[in-house]
Write a protein that binds this ligand. Sequence first.
Ligand SMILES: NC(=O)c1ccc[n+]([C@@H]2O[C@H](COP(=O)([O-])OP(=O)(O)OC[C@H]3O[C@@H](n4cnc5c(N)ncnc54)[C@H](OP(=O)(O)O)[C@@H]3O)[C@@H](O)[C@H]2O)c1
Length: 256
Amino acid sequence: MSLEKMFSLHGKQALITGGAGGIGFACAEALAEAGASLILAGRSKKSLDDAKAKCDANGYKCLTVICDVSKPEDVNRLVSEAKENGGIDIFVNSAAINNRKPLIEMTNEEWNQLFSINLYGAYYMGKAVAKLMIEQNRGGRMIYIVSTGAYRASINYGAYSASKAAVVMMAKTFALELAEHNILCNLIAPTATDTAFVADYYAANPEKKAAVIKNHPLGRIAVPDDYKGTVLYLASEASSFVTGEMIVVDGGKTAK
Ligand SMILES: NC(=O)c1ccc[n+]([C@@H]2O[C@H](COP(=O)([O-])OP(=O)(O)OC[C@H]3O[C@@H](n4cnc5c(N)ncnc54)[C@H](OP(=O)(O)O)[C@@H]3O)[C@@H](O)[C@H]2O)c1
């Protein structure tokens, strides 16, 4: 197979939750540039409209669907809509929230809300997408965006890290259970990345941002484009014998 064919996604459709967000949209752009059509999902209509306008300007085929991944009925509606519109070949789970608090200060409601999106939403999505992929009988790729926090604890990130660590084991189990259907499930672990996810926090705490940059051997935090190559690799034939794997994209931070 030529390298061009190996990385081509022509004829494929990708569903991305958090698809209008910083990392999710960069992933969407990479997949669309390789030929995939897109379904972008999130809660904010305005963010989805803005993302669609960018896709339209670049000639990417793009459908947007409002969906709160913490609501199973929303997830089922999203996947049904995808089924009616060509199905799903590639699924990227990028939707998540954070809540920076010491564990003893976090309320049970805050803990539950974070888990309802980061873990339960990731499960509702994975289960519904996997069932459709099995029904389609054409294989598939599932890619979970987690975090270096999934395997490295940090003060104030207890709920977030615990939720992402749980997603890692869930995704690895999906990989084992879906292998017989040629559905591959892998993860990308980003580091601190210049998106809305951290913008307010870094603006209010510039000294924290400086310390985080210092902690990255490559001398900067990430930008969304840093994940484009990895997501394309995991979505394409280039990774056809890779499943249950987590690729860390962190500028060398956790090599130390
Ligand atoms: N930026 C970082 O420093 C960093 C570091 C490590 C890992 N990550 C991970 O990277 C992924 C993407 O983050 P990002 O940096 O791109 O942040 P972002 O720009 O804030 O994107 C997050 C997206 O998730 C969506 N979302 C949140 N809750 C949702 C829900 N209940 N249902 C559906 N969509 C929901 C948001 O859209 P709506 O608000 O419209 O729903 C938003 O588009 C996340 O999984 C995050 O944990 C980020």
